[in-house]
Design a binder for this molecule. Structure first.
Ligand code: HPA
Ligand code: ZN
Length: 325
């Protein structure tokens, strides 16, 4: 029997966590007060009561609404530092963290405030024993032109951004909508990943496009790949990393998708377990691993494999991986 303590203490990398999704109700209230924003709620309990979702879009509504309280670089810095402090308790040694610049610029917050606050936090995280890199995500329900504009804004900060991702509402927003931009990003030396959320209208088509056309090194979620054996074989062969988030799955689909995750792990897919939006799903990385382990009775060896995978598919050098593995 594997204990919670073992899972918490096991060194791990987290590769799928949206910093904006780590905004805890306590900090939300504090920042609302500081920035004179009326949330219409003044207790942690009242905020938590709104954390009931039945699909991706009902989650995204609450997620974007919550960001209103983030106004200046200090807010972004403090948000990220709270995540890193919690990650330290889960023995996260390395983190690649997502952020959504368009969710802030569309509210009139300057790109510079966002990136400078977050980057400063990644540097401060070193003192906590955590190495961290930023992945800039585009909102797929916004236009390709908007994504390009933000891509160009980020040029001046390229050294601070390791990868480019794609998130938000997948319905009718296929990966190929951003094909040119991701091709450019690849040529410019960015790592590439994309969300393929659970049970979308065109899940298989989207996964196929991400693997064959976009040529991403990782897929975020991507669990529906299990429906297509040739795609599974391709992903195994090419060591594509899959960042799974079981508790997030339960919030947006009603199902952890634990059997699917276990089966993909058994088939040799590089599965990793992550928290996605830990404040909203009230589950940080070790809680996600523990929940999955309970649901499908993972062995100690399988749990260790998940942690190994997290370093193996991380965007760090082979020499660095050796330090962790
Ligand atoms: N899927 C899509 N968009 C998101 C997610 C997610 O899991 N989390 C935050 N934005
Ligand atoms: Zn996500």
């Amino acid at each position: 029997k594997v204990t919670k303590e073992f899972i918490y203490g096991m060194p791990k990398a987290e590769l799928h966590i949206h910093l904006e999704g780590s905004l805890e109700p306590e900090l939300k209230l504090k920042l609302a007060k500081k920035n004179n924003i009326d949330l219409g709620m003044d207790t942690v309990e009242a905020i938590k009561e709104t954390y009931q979702f039945d699909d991706l879009s009902s989650f995204l509504d609450v997620y974007y609404q919550g960001m209103e309280v983030l106004q200046d670089r200090d807010d972004f810095y403090n948000l990220a530092m709270e995540y890193f402090k919690t990650a330290q308790k889960h023995n996260v040694k390395y983190a690649e963290v997502f952020f959504d610049p368009q969710a802030h610029t569309t509210r009139g917050v300057a790109f510079e405030e966002v990136i400078e606050g977050y980057y400063k936090a990644t540097q401060a995280a070193k003192k906590l024993g955590i190495k961290a890199n930023l992945i800039m995500c585009f909102l797929r329900d916004m236009s390709a032109e908007s994504a390009l504009e933000h891509y160009q804004m980020a040029k001046a900060y390229q050294d601070w951004i390791l990868g480019i991702g794609l998130d938000s509402d997948e319905r009718d927003n296929p990966p190929l909508k951003f094909a040119e931009l991701f091709k450019m990003a690849k040529n410019d030396g960015y790592k590439i990943t994309m969300h393929c959320d659970i049970d979308q209208k065109d899940s298989i088509k989207h996964i196929e496009a991400v693997l064959y056309q976009i040529g991403a090194q990782r897929i975020d979620h991507g669990t529906n790949i299990i429906e297509d054996q040739s795609l599974v074989d391709y992903a195994v062969e090419n060591e594509i990393g899959f960042t799974k988030c079981p508790v997030s799955n339960r919030f947006v689909t009603g199902d952890l998708k634990s059997k699917e995750i276990k089966s993909l792990l058994d088939q040799g897919i590089k599965v990793t377990i992550n928290s996605d939006d830990p404040a909203y799903f009230q589950s940080y990385i070790s809680d996600d691993i523990y929940t999955l382990a309970q649901a499908v009775e993972l062995t100690k060896a399988e749990i260790i494999q998940l942690a190994k995978n997290s370093f193996e598919v991380a965007w760090i050098s082979e020499a660095e991986k050796k330090n962790y593995l």
